[in-house]
Design a protein around this ligand. Structure first.
Ligand code: ZN
Length: 96
C-alpha cells in the first residue's frame, strides 16, 4: 500500500503580527523591540470621516504633542479629532 502525503495548509499566518496598540504599549514600557512587523516606509495621511480634517503622519500634530513622523497607529486611542472630537475609529487612510 502506498499513501500519498497530504498537503498541509499553513494556518494562522497572521499570528506573528501585533496590533498597533500593543506596539505602543511596548514602547511605553521601555521594551524596545527591533523587529517591528511590516514597517511601511511611506507616510500616510488620515482623514476624519465626519469633518474632513486630515492628519499627516509626516507632519504630526506638534500643537497636541504628537511629533512629526508619528504613525496614526501610534497615536493614543484616547486621541480625538481636533475639529469634531470623534475618535480614531472615524479616520480612514487616504490613498494618493
Ligand atoms: Zn473630525
Amino acid at each position: 500500500m502506498f499513501r500519498r502525503p497530504r498537503a498541509v495548509r499553513p494556518k494562522g499566518e497572521l499570528s506573528g503580527i501585533q496590533p498597533p496598540s500593543r506596539i505602543f504599549n511596548d514602547v511605553l514600557s521601555n521594551e524596545k523591540k527591533e523587529s517591528v512587523v511590516s514597517e511601511v516606509l511611506e507616510y500616510k495621511s488620515w482623514v476624519c470621516l465626519i469633518c474632513g480634517w486630515i492628519y499627516n503622519e509626516e507632519d504630526g500634530l506638534p500643537e497636541e504633542g504628537i511629533a512629526a513622523g508619528t504613525r496614526f497607529a501610534e497615536i493614543p486611542d484616547t486621541w480625538r479629532c481636533p475639529l469634531c472630537d470623534v475618535g480614531k475609529d472615524d479616520f480612514v487612510a487616504v490613498e494618493f
